[in-house]
Design a protein around this ligand. Structure first.
Ligand SMILES: C=C(O[C@H]1C=CC=C(C(=O)O)[C@@H]1O)C(=O)O
Length: 438
C-alpha cells in the first residue's frame, strides 16, 4: 500500500487526439482504463493509491479518497483528481480492493480530449509525459513516442481453472437442489480458466482489441503498473451505477443466449425472464434507501453483443440527500448496490454463502464494482464481468498467467450443460483478445 501524498498538483489542458483513445492504447502501458464507444479515459502511472480488504473495504477506500480530495492543492486548474477503482466481490476475499489516481489521465468526452497531469510535486509537464511514452506537440496534438510493441501470443495456452468442467456441472446441480428445497430462488455460479503466456502480454494491446471488438461494453483496467497488487481487466456490458450529480442510472443484465440463436428464443423464455426480474428487483431494493426516485422499464430489452444476447433493463433515478443536504458518496452508492442478483442471487446473503461453498474459489475482483469517480461525486461503476486478473508471478521470459472468470444465473429449470456452454460463450471476448479463440 502506498500512502497518500500530502497534496496533488493538477494541470489540465485540451489536446488533439486525432486517432482517438483506442488507437493510442497499444502504444501505452496503462495503469487504468474505462472506455466505451471511443470515449472515456486512459490512466498512466500512479500519483496516489491505496488498497483495502474485508467488510470495511468500501469505507477504507472512501476515507483515503476523501482525505486526498481535501488535501489536494486547490485552484491550480479547477480540475480535481480522478480515481480508478476496483472492489473485491466478497468481504472474505483475500484479494485487495484498489483505488488509484493516475499521474496522467487522458479523458475524452463528447469528442473533446482533456489531458490531466496529477503529480505529488511540481514537475515539467514534458518530463511527466515522456515518462509515460507521450509527447505534446506545440500545436496541441498528443502523440505516442514509442511504436506499439508486437504482441506474440503464439505460446498462450488455455488450462483448466480451480474447478474442472465436471466439478462446475456438479456445483450447478447442487445449486439446483438448493433452489428446489427453497433455500434460494436464484444463484449465480462462476468458474475460472487459466491462460498462460510465455511472452509478455502488452496490456494496452489487449485493451485496444477488446474496445475495438466490443464497443458496446466498458473496457476496464485497474492496477497495471509497478507496486500494485494485481491487474484486473476486461470488457463489461453491465453498469452497476452511473452517477452524474443527483442522477443515477444502471444497466441490469441477466438472461443470456448464444448469439447463434434467435433473439425471440430469449424474449419468449419464462425462465430467462424470472432470472432477469430477480436481478432487477435486487437492485431496486438495494438502491431504494438512498434514492428519492427510481424508474425501471416494464419489460426488458435485448442487448446485442458480438458473442451473446442479454435481457437488459436500464434503470434511472435520483439520489436522496441526507438531513444536511449531502449526497451519498460514489463508493457508498456502489456498496449499497453490490451485489445484485445478476452476480450473486436471491436472497443475497444465503446465495453469497452458497457461492463461497460451491465455487470453491476466491472470486477476487470478478463480479465486484469497477470504474472511476471524480472529486465532484460523478462516477461510473460497472460490474467486473467478461474479464480476468493477471497473477503477479512473471516467468523469466516475461510471461504471465491470467485467470479469467465467467458465471451464470441458475434458477429453477436451469440445465447444468447449458449453463456450462454459456460460460464458454462469456469467456470468448477475453480468449479472443488473447489470440485463443480465432
Ligand atoms: C455472471 C455473469 O453474467 C451475468 C450478467 C449477465 C447475464 C448473466 C446470466 O444470464 O447469467 C449473468 O447474470 C458473467 O458474465 O460472468
Amino acid at each position: 500500500m502506498i500512502s497518500a501524498p500530502p497534496s496533488l498538483h493538477i494541470t489540465a489542458r485540451d489536446v488533439d487526439l486525432p486517432g482517438g483513445l483506442v488507437a493510442l492504447l497499444p502504444h501505452l502501458n496503462p495503469s487504468g482504463t474505462w472506455i466505451r464507444g471511443g470515449e472515456g479515459m486512459i490512466g498512466l502511472g500512479i500519483a496516489a493509491s491505496t488498497t483495502a480488504t474485508g467488510q470495511g473495504r468500501f469505507d477504507s477506500l472512501s476515507v483515503f479518497w476523501d482525505s486526498l480530495i481535501e488535501s489536494r492543492a486547490a485552484g491550480e486548474s479547477g480540475h480535481g483528481p480522478v480515481a480508478l477503482v476496483s472492489v473485491a466481490f466478497s468481504k472474505d476475499s483475500e484479494s485487495a480492493s484498489q483505488l488509484l489516481v493516475p499521474e496522467v489521465l487522458i479523458r475524452r468526452e463528447g469528442g473533446k480530449t482533456t489531458l490531466l497531469l496529477i503529480t505529488d510535486r511540481p514537475e515539467p509537464d514534458a518530463q511527466v509525459l515522456d515518462r509515460h511514452g507521450l509527447w505534446l506537440e506545440p500545436t496541441g496534438g498528443l502523440r505516442a513516442t514509442h511504436p506499439a510493441p508486437a504482441a506474440d501470443l503464439s505460446e498462450a495456452r488455455l488450462l483448466p481453472g480451480i474447478q474442472s468442467e465436471r466439478q462446475y456441472l456438479s456445483a450447478i446441480a447442487a445449486g439446483l437442489s438448493a433452489i428446489h428445497d427453497g433455500t434460494v430462488d436464484k444463484l449465480v455460479l462462476a468458474r475460472d480458466v487459466l491462460v498462460t503466456a510465455e511472452a509478455p502480454v502488452p496490456i494496452g494491446t489487449l485493451l485496444s482489441r477488446l474496445a475495438t471488438e466490443y464497443p458496446q461494453t466498458w473496457t476496464y483496467c485497474v492496477g497495471a503498473g509497478p507496486g500494485v497488487p494485481q491487474t484486473l481487466l476486461g470488457a463489461t456490458p453491465e453498469m452497476l451505477v452511473r452517477l452524474r450529480g443527483t442522477q443515477l442510472s444502471s444497466r441490469v443484465l441477466a438472461g443470456t443466449i448464444d448469439r447463434a440463436q434467435r433473439t425471440s428464443t430469449l424474449v419468449r423464455d419464462a425462465k430467462q425472464h424470472r432470472e432477469h426480474d430477480l436481478a432487477v428487483t435486487s437492485l431496486l431494493e438495494q438502491l431504494r434507501p438512498i434514492t428519492d426516485t427510481l424508474q425501471s422499464p416494464t419489460e426488458p430489452s435485448v442487448l446485442q453483443l458480438p458473442n451473446v444476447y442479454h435481457l437488459a433493463s436500464d434503470i434511472s433515478g435520483k439520489l436522496a440527500a441526507d438531513s444536511s443536504g449531502r449526497l451519498p458518496s460514489p463508493l457508498k452508492v456502489a456498496e449499497a448496490a453490490h451485489p445484485t442478483a445478476a452476480v450473486c442471487g436471491t436472497p443475497t446473503t444465503t446465495a453469497a454463502d452458497l457461492i463461497a461453498q460451491l465455487e470453491g474459489m476466491d472470486r477476487g475482483p470478478y463480479a465486484g464494482p469497477v470504474g472511476w469517480m471524480d472529486a465532484e461525486g460523478n462516477a461510473d461503476f460497472g460490474i467486473a464481468l467478461r474479464g480476468g486478473v493477471f497473477e503477479d508471478d512473471v516467468t523469466p521470459a516475461g510471461g504471465r498467467r491470467l485467470r479469467i472468470f465467467a458465471g451464470c444465473g441458475v434458477v429453477a429449470g436451469s440445465e447444468p450443460e447449458s449453463e456450462l456452454a454459456e460460460t464458454k460463450v462469456k469467456l470468448k471476448p477475453m480468449l479472443w483478445a488473447l489470440g485463443l479463440d480465432p
